[in-house]
Design a protein. Structure first.
Length: 335
């Protein structure tokens, strides 16, 4: 009876121990494979992962079976009960690790959702009142086409260039109208499909473009898949900025070139309201003389000498007709 018990115990140890060890190895293989797929190779198609994973698992089972004696000698120092306990401990350990990983991934997902919701909320807020207010400040195209450079805001200057390039046959994308342009205001595409990044700077004549603007445009054109870059300004570039533009192959239009192109275009016709305001007003005295002469001509008042009579004022403020040849003729008449 004791011999049978010992034989049964020996058989169970020789079978259960290696079998549990093989199950532990395959479980560890599956666990590591899932970790690699979820965190590193998530871009791989799922069907390919199943094929590779299943093939690897089958290969592992074949290798362990072919080396059964080595596996048996490896676990020979442990009883079947110890191997079973080790298997359950291993399963619990994997479960704990999986739970911690899942918890961290959920925390990251929640933080990502919160960040996304905050961004969407901020974008909605910025796109509702403030953006609308900013767009209201931009005048109509007709008003922009009748305004000089000094009368244009930065956004209106960008709009003027968009109108110009669109009329020249370009496909114009206004990427920086009234916002943070990141170095590019317009993306224009010609009929051949070549894209050009345009940066617009509406500056006063004394305020010249520096090196930083040229470098910003040269780097930002790549964000819009542009081959060429163009810097348009109402002023000019500094000498270092011109050298930088030549080095980075950035084409630029200064104020003179820009004004020539817009005038040749014909649609841009700035008004001369400012010049009219600056014109020196005529004196009230000369205006009164003209009015008096027109009144005298209308009334056909003539002097005895044959000259016209004009309306004058005395020192007391009383009006009277006097000869237009005064002081040669001093004839006067009451009104």
């Amino acid at each position: 009876m004791n011999v049978n018990n010992e034989l049964t115990q020996l058989v169970s140890d020789s079978l259960i121990g290696p079998l549990v060890f093989m199950i532990i190895c395959m479980t560890l293989y599956i666990f590591i494979g899932l970790l690699l797929y979820n965190y590193i190779f998530s871009w791989v198609p799922e069907i390919l992962v199943k094929l590779v994973g299943g093939g690897g698992l089958l290969l592992l089972l074949i290798v362990l079976s072919s080396r059964y004696d080595e596996v048996k000698s490896l676990v020979s120092g442990y009883s079947s009960m110890q191997m079973i306990i080790a298997f359950f401990v291993f399963i619990v350990l994997i479960g704990v690790i999986s739970g911690l990983i899942a918890r961290n991934s959920k925390t990251k997902t929640k933080s990502t959702k919160r960040a996304t919701s905050r961004r969407s909320t901020s974008s909605k807020t910025s796109s509702s009142p403030t953006a609308k207010i900013h767009r209201k400040e931009i005048r109509t195209d007709e008003e922009i086409l009748q305004s000089s450079f000094e009368e244009l805001t930065g956004a209106e200057f960008e709009r003027l260039l968009a109108l110009y390039f669109r009329d020249q046959g370009y496909n114009v994308q206004e990427v920086g109208i009234g916002g943070n342009d990141g170095g590019v205001d317009l993306v224009i595409t010609d009929q051949r499909g070549e894209k050009t990044a345009v940066q617009a700077k509406c500056y006063a004549e004394h305020n010249k473009i520096g090196v930083s603007v040229v470098r910003e445009l040269a780097a930002a054109k790549r964000n819009h898949d542009c081959i060429l870059s163009l810097l348009v300004t109402t002023s000019d570039l500094t000498a270092p900025a011109k050298e930088e533009a030549y080095q980075f192959k950035v084409e630029y239009w200064h104020g003179g070139i820009l004004e020539h192109k817009l005038k040749a275009w014909g649609e841009w016709q700035p008004s001369n309201n400012k010049r009219k305001v600056k014109a020196a007003p005529q004196s009230s005295f000369s205006e009164e003389i003209k009015a008096a002469r027109s009144q005298a001509a209308a009334s056909k008042e003539t002097c005895t000498c044959g000259a016209e009579m004009v309306l004058r004022k005395s020192r007391d403020g009383k009006q009277f007709y006097g000869c237009s040849t005064f002081p040669k003729c001093r004839v006067t008449r009451s009104v």
